[in-house]
Design a protein around this ligand. Sequence first.
Ligand SMILES: Nc1ncnc2c1ncn2[C@@H]1O[C@H](COP(=O)(O)OP(=O)(O)OP(=O)(O)O)[C@@H](O)[C@H]1O
Ligand SMILES: [Mg+2]
Length: 268
Amino acid sequence: MAVKSAEGKTVLFKSWGQDWRPFGQPRKKRLVDSVILDKGIKESILNDIKEFLQSGKWYHDRGIPYRRGYLLYGPPGSGKTSFIQALAGELDYNIAIMNISEPNLTDDRLAYLMNNIPERTILLLEDIDAAFNKREQSKEQGYVAGVTFSGLLNALDGVSSAEEVLTFMTTNHPEKLDPALLRPGRIDYRVLIDNATDYQIIHMFLRFYEGEEERAKVFMDRFRQLELPYVSTAQLQGLFVQYKESPDLAIENIGILKQPHMNNFFYE
Ligand SMILES: Nc1ncnc2c1ncn2[C@@H]1O[C@H](COP(=O)(O)OP(=O)(O)OP(=O)(O)O)[C@@H](O)[C@H]1O
Ligand SMILES: [Mg+2]
């Protein structure tokens, strides 16, 4: 029954003591089409993963651990988490979320968990920079809580299994990451998921207002007139959700995008 109810859905696992446990109800798969990244980005990541998933024999023949690490970095609300959810749906994978800044987590437990990821499950480490800052802070207080940086590196290196392992990490602050983490084998593929480009603005608009190509152009013109330094895709979603019945109202109220706090309303 559990298998049946998870069909067509994405199961989220969270670490619970020594184990991974399903967290909440399985979620409806998010469609890749619903995430609008800049031109070509989704395709390159998907191609990379597909090639990796077909290369099991190649890795085994060469004695290389069969795993691949991805880093999605960029500002808040640009679609990093959403895209990983959609990828899991597309690949028919589940997601195991590891919170490495959890104070009760030890290096041993981290290593154990990362070596015992459920099958066909993406390992997701969110806000990877936060964990280290926290560690440094607590170090200054003379007490090291939670996992250590070297514990994390070892756990990542140790991740090995007969099955493939896909690890995704996200951060808003790539500059804070230690180069040791960024080396191939730990992170093999990194990509900037940035604030919205013109391409994304138009396609976000069309995603909410199907077939409204003309209005999308008007929206784009009005957006340029605002002369905002940037806008996040989450901000755009906020505006379009608010005026979901009417593209004209979205155009008319585009000034909302100028409100400073809008950026923080719509991302989890
Ligand atoms: N590129 C996008 N395409 C479609 N929806 C998006 C996109 N970016 C953001 N959104 C929407 O905005 C919300 C926040 O997105 P998401 O959580 O994926 O952002 P994020 O990049 O992970 O942010 P953070 O760095 O703060 O974790 C979601 O509801 C999502 O649907
Ligand atoms: Mg996120």
